[in-house]
Write a protein that binds this ligand. Structure first.
Ligand code: NAD
Ligand code: DAU
Length: 358
């Protein structure tokens, strides 16, 4: 039975990944989830799995080398899947320091702990040990022309403190692979959406605001393009890369689903109106009149678009969920989890929202 150490498993993608893995492997794997539980980490996301005998949770900061080393000392870890990070670009613009700390130094701690536990000789490792570093397409910068795509060979050109911190962490992982032959992979994925996404990010923020008749903030001209992937397809890609990918390689993950932000917002409003029954009082609140153009994000990247050719050709990964279906599944999930949304948007979220959108 393989033992997985998942970092940041209480966040959006991490919790979806844990659900995906238990659905796929059931009792054949063991998962240890280590998470600091920042504002973005929520154990409620893992309610369905918390009683499993093959799941455990450790509350720890990935920057705390003693705590991380202890997990490796007490468990024979076979796979590390490293999600834990500060993930929101707008927050990184206001407060870069914590991004460098968690994303860069935290990744270094994870690499050192895994290396110390797995290395049995000079640059020689125990058999079948693998580290997967979850990264982003934002490290490649911004595409300005139609028809251009991010390939694994595209030079890094990060613009925000968030993407600079992720680029630094990618380079650290790469340096460990090159220098120490450390058994790892890097994945660079496009924008995810789906259940459990924190409503600071575009899609859940728009759904939540629209249902309350609140303004829908559009940065700049609303024509920035993001390449959206349903989160379960990302989870599937991570697992396929770790099990079937070539060690030391980077794989881009994306489903060729580019959309302008304004298109996404219009589609969410149309879909909400279609899905809400006439008897639901929120239906009257949802309206395109709520769309409000606001000041642009500083250093706002214009367009992201992943070329998934390598992962498709080498591993056979393709997404299962198209955007039209994924957005309905996401909205349906938010309808069914109104209390989850109420809980995560109380307290600190209100302060963040007022500060961010004042
Ligand atoms: P998230 O913000 O929802 O979750 C991050 C998780 O990490 C939270 O549970 C948080 O508590 C935990 N965490 C933060 N700092 C920590 C620390 N110091 N120690 C331990 N745990 C800590 O993020 P997400 O959207 O799920 O992203 C997960 C990973 O995927 C990140 O590395 C991100 O860069 C990458 N990624 C995200 C997207 C996306 O669209 N969201 C796309 C590509 C890649
Ligand atoms: O591309 C992958 C990245 O996608 C991940 O690495 C990041 O962790 C993740 O947060 C996401 O970054 P973005 O900045 O692209 O996502 P966000 O949801 O914050 O914004 C998406 C687009 O919508 C972006 O062009 C900014 C715009 N936007 C966002 C918000 C929150 C708005 O117009 N209004 C808003 O209120």
């Amino acid at each position: 039975m393989k033992t997985y150490l998942v970092t940041g498993g209480a966040g959006f993608i991490g919790s979806n990944y844990i659900h995906y893995m238990f659905k796929k492997y059931n009792d054949e794997i063991r998962i240890i989830n280590v998470d600091k539980l920042t504002y973005a980490g929520n154990l409620e996301n893992l309610k369905d799995v918390e009683d499993r005998e093959n799941y455990s949770f450790v509350k720890a900061d990935i920057c705390d080398a003693d705590a991380i080393n202890k997990i490796f000392e007490e468990n024979d870890i076979d796979r590390v899947v490293h999600f834990a990070a500060e993930s929101h670009v707008d927050r990184s613009i206001k407060n870069p320091d914590v991004f460098i700390k968690t994303n860069v130094l935290g990744t270094l701690v994870m690499l050192n702990a895994a290396k110390a536990a797995w290395e049995i000789g000079d640059n020689v490792y125990k058999e079948d040990k693998k580290f997967l570093h979850v990264s982003t397409d934002e490290v490649y910068g911004s595409l300005e022309k139609e028809g251009e795509y991010f390939y694994e060979t595209t030079p890094y050109d990060p613009h925000s403190p968030y993407s600079a911190s992720k680029a630094s962490s990618d380079f650290l992982v790469k340096s460990y692979m090159d220098t120490y032959k450390f058994p790892a992979n890097i994945t660079n994925c496009s924008n995810n959406y789906g259940p459990y996404q924190f409503p600071e990010k575009l899609i859940p923020l728009i759904i939540n605001n629209a249902l309350q008749g609140k303004k829908l903030p559009v940065y700049g001209d609303g024509k920035n393009v993001r390449d959206w992937l349903y989160v379960e397809d990302h989870a599937k890609g991570i697992d396929m890369v770790q099990e079937q990918g070539r060690l030391f390689e980077t794989y881009n993950i994306g489903g060729h689903n580019e959309k302008q932000n304004i298109e996404i917002i219009n589609l969410i409003i149309d879909t909400l109106q279609e899905m809400l029954p006439d008897s639901d009082p929120r239906k009257k609140l949802v309206s395109k009149d709520l769309i409000t153009y606001v000041e642009d994000r500083k250093g706002h990247d214009r367009r992201y678009a992943i070329a998934p050719d390598k992962i498709k050709a080498e591993i056979g990964w393709v997404p299962d969920t198209c955007f039209a279906e994924g957005i309905k599944l996401t909205i349906a999930w938010f309808f069914e989890h109104e209390e989850w949304m109420q809980r995560v948007t109380s307290g600190d979220y209100q302060k963040y929202y007022e500060e961010m959108y004042k």
